[in-house]
Design a binder for this molecule. Structure first.
Ligand code: TRP
Length: 419
């Protein structure tokens, strides 16, 4: 018998998958690029509208038995592989920056020097490849320990550490002068900033951050207790993930604004702007180390879910043993990751393609499967929870069946300026 997750374990492991670079690296820079609170509001709407139903749908697919996934497993494998390769490269950046902060090589630089440091590093090959290799090794080692002893135990240790570090950083940021400017940016929306592109970005970000659209959570649900509620589990995971994203925003923007820095420069935000922030605050060096440690931890609890998704494929489709699956998947993503490091346009393509299109497309297919192909009564029964005496199983089913598919298609068409 397989050793599955405990009740808290599945929530922590799924939250470990969900909380990652998406929350701490991507979410703040997306907010920065997309005009602050306006993006946050659309993002929260996406989380409510897409998050709970699609995550529950994925859990449902996983619970009904991995053998029934059929062709969806191929899709899931393909998306997970592309996503994992892209994700590993950025995980490598976090390790490198953790190393640079521990050895104190990030202090004393001007903004343009830090920017050059980042560009030189990301366009080089040897060091990014080395750190990507470390990322694969760490992920593989945890996966080798298995679901309960590896994934669950690591999530139970790492997630609370992550939380504490974030709280410390928020305390530091909020006690700086003019930090309220950062909070205002995060909380007061300028509705004129809402465009079709912003909605597409927010939708992609929601799938990225909640780990939905790949089948990773469906894979985890295969190890979930049969009597555990799918919807309540989704709701807890989503709450944790959203909380961490907002906390990350609160940890970053007050400090950035307090120093009068413009937060709109994109993916460089945490690698260029934050070292500058850390450099100019008392005790900054310690916070810098903690921050990059936090980022690395968050990344690893996410990469394990991507590897686990691939293992599910190898196990089901090729009856491969766990160690052999780990070896083959690791080699596969190392090759793709190396290509992404060597060929910059390929990296950018992976980023755009995966987060904006493949994940929502995956979610669309899962929703169509659960809404139209699976047994309706069974779906309603599995999704049934009572909120204040009202059962919401049918409501979720109707959302999954009628509202989600056309909305995702609309967001695509609108974002691509086709309509
Ligand atoms: N959710 C993670 C993050 O925010 C990324 C991630 C890990 C993911 N596993 C996933 C996203 C599976 C989609 C599917 O960084």
């Amino acid at each position: 018998m397989k050793k599955g997750f405990s009740k808290v374990g599945i929530v922590l492991a799924a939250a470990g998958s969900a909380v990652g670079l998406g929350n701490i690296w991507k979410f703040p820079y997306m907010i920065g690029e997309n005009g602050g609170a306006a993006f946050l509001i659309i993002y929260l709407l996406c989380v409510l509208f897409f998050g709970i139903p699609i995550m529950s749908a994925e859990f449902y697919i996983g619970r009904k038995g991995l053998h029934r996934w059929g062709w969806m497993r191929w899709l899931s494998m393909a998306i997970a592989t592309f996503f994992f390769s892209f994700y590993l490269v950025v995980t490598g950046w976090c390790f490198q920056y953790m190393y640079l902060s521990i050895t104190d090589l990030l202090s004393g630089h001007s903004a343009s020097e830090l920017s050059t440091l980042f560009t030189t590093f990301t366009s080089s090959t040897t060091i990014p490849m080395f750190w990507m290799g470390v990322g694969v090794l760490l992920t593989a080692a945890i996966e080798l320990m298995g679901v309960k002893d590896g994934i669950e135990r690591m999530s139970k240790i790492l997630m609370p550490i992550l939380f504490c570090v974030l709280l410390l950083m928020i305390g530091r940021g909020l006690t700086m002068e003019r930090s309220y400017l950062g909070m205002r940016f995060l909380l007061y929306p300028d509705f004129s900033k809402i465009t079709p592109q912003l909605i597409l970005n927010a939708t992609g970000q929601c799938f990225f951050s909640l780990s939905i659209g790949v089948g990773a959570l469906a894979t985890y649900a295969g190890f979930m207790d049969k009597d555990q509620s799918l919807v309540s589990t989704s709701y807890r995971v989503i709450l944790l993930d959203t909380l961490v994203a907002i906390l990350a925003g609160m940890a970053i923007f007050p400090a950035v604004f307090s120093l009068g820095i413009n937060p709109t420069q994109g993916p460089e935000l945490v690698f260029v702007t934050l070292p500058m922030v850390f450099d100019s605050i008392p005790g900054g060096h310690l916070f810098e180390i903690l921050f990059f440690l936090l980022l690395s931890i968050a990344a690893i609890t996410s990469t394990i879910s991507l590897l686990e998704t691939q293992l599910n494929f190898w196990e089901m489709n090729a009856k491969m043993s766990r160690p052999k699956g780990i070896l083959i998947s690791s080699l596969l993503v190392l090759v793709l990751g190396a290509l992404a490091i060597l060929i910059h346009p390929f990296f950018n393509l992976l980023d755009e393609l995966v987060s904006k299109y493949l994940l929502p497309a995956g979610g669309l297919i899962f929703a169509i499967y659960v809404g139209w192909i699976a047994n309706k009564d069974d779906v309603c029964r599995e999704m049934n929870v009572r909120i204040k005496g009202v059962s919401i199983g049918k409501f979720l089913f109707v959302l999954i069946r009628y509202s989600i598919p056309p909305t995702i298609i609309l967001v695509f068409l609108n974002g691509l300026q086709i309509i």
